[in-house]
Design a protein around this ligand. Structure first.
Ligand SMILES: C[S@@+](CC[C@H](N)C(=O)[O-])C[C@H]1O[C@@H](n2cnc3c(N)ncnc32)[C@H](O)[C@@H]1O
Length: 301
């Protein structure tokens, strides 16, 4: 099956996400959530080891709150870039969605979800660019996928074009009054991807990916959605990366068996380098709650 995308190519996605489900299971929490958790009121150094899982669940519930997916409300939910399905299973098991569809362009993630065969969950090996649902959704969530939609070689105008097409598509998928929740990393105190950390991550960890800036997201989203909530928390990502690092360190022997000493070293460096990037304010994390406009606005360019 051929998957094409204007953003991070499938080969580059596979380079990162298809390193092995077993490897990611060593240092992510048991739901395999692979985006920043929400640590408000949760101490990161909690000794019983449940803090990361609780912080991930808090994040999932926060997004479901943002899209108005009430318990027992029967929502039809779409998760764009569903990873290993943390949101899909949580939403259905907590009865905050009657059905949950997830899109991923990683074959390993898709195979993992297919094998789970969770009732009410459909995982599709499909880019958002090719998604044509038969019926509208009540809610769309997207966590950690937007970062892949533009590539390092694109101009600002090209990035804005892709982002605008994405929000236009989300608008088209949703019923009138539908909600969307977007979680994404973005450049903040750094002008763009320069610097040694940026080039290491851009070449050795997430080849092809390019982070957005808030101004780009705002310009692209404005015709299609009104912003209801905008929350920034670099701390949430720094704390999550610290928890992942500690877990990877504890699992060193097994990690080296699975991905070799060089793979282990690369991931330790990546997690630590990204933590420092957030702590220094070069990048931040946004959680944005959006309400679908009934009709798209025609705004001056
Ligand atoms: C960092 S993971 C986040 C996974 C999940 N949302 C979570 O929070 O655990 C990014 C996800 O975006 C997906 N992705 C990247 N580009 C995509 C595209 N063009 N269409 C659909 N999914 C995409 C990847 O396959 C991966 O599942």
């Amino acid at each position: 099956m051929t998957i094409t995308t204007a953003g991070t190519g499938v080969t580059d996605i596979e380079f990162h996400y298809d390193l092995g489900n077993e490897f990611y299971a060593l240092w992510l929490d048991e739901t395999l959530a692979y985006t920043a958790a929400m640590w408000t009121g949760i101490p990161g150094d909690e000794p019983d080891g449940t803090a990361l899982l609780r912080a991930q669940r808090a994040k999932l519930d926060h997004h479901l709150d943002l899209v108005g997916a009430e318990r027992g409300g029967g929502a039809r939910l779409l998760d764009v870039g569903c990873g290993w399905g943390a949101m899909l299973s949580h939403a259905v098991q907590e009865d905050r969605a009657a059905s949950a569809t997830g899109l991923t362009i990683s074959r390993a993630q898709h195979a993992y979800l297919d094998a789970l065969a969770l009732p009410g969950v459909e995982a599709r090996l499909e880019s958002w660019e090719d998604h044509r649902p038969e019926r509208p959704y009540d809610a769309v969530v997207a966590m950690g996928s937007f970062e892949h939609f533009a590539t390092a070689g694109m101009s600002r105008a090209e990035r804005l074009g892709v982002y605008a097409r994405y929000f236009e598509r989300c608008h088209g998928w949703l019923r009138p009054g539908g909600r969307m929740s977007l979680q994404t990393i973005a450049y903040d105190g750094a002008a763009d991807g320069g610097g040694p950390v940026g080039s290491f991550v851009g070449s050795d960890i997430f080849p092809g990916a390019r982070l957005p800036r808030l101004s780009e997201i705002a310009a692209a989203v404005d015709p299609y959605f009104s912003v209801v909530v905008l929350h920034a928390s670099a701390e949430d990502y720094a704390c999550t990366l610290k928890a992942w690092s500690a877990r990877l360190l504890r699992a060193r022997a097994e990690a080296e068996r699975l991905v070799g000493p060089e793979g282990y070293r690369r991931y330790r460096l990546y997690l630590r380098a990204c933590e420092v990037t957030f702590l220094r304010g070069a990048a931040t994390l946004y959680r944005i709650g959006l309400r679908r406009r009934d009709e798209p606005l025609r705004l001056p360019v």
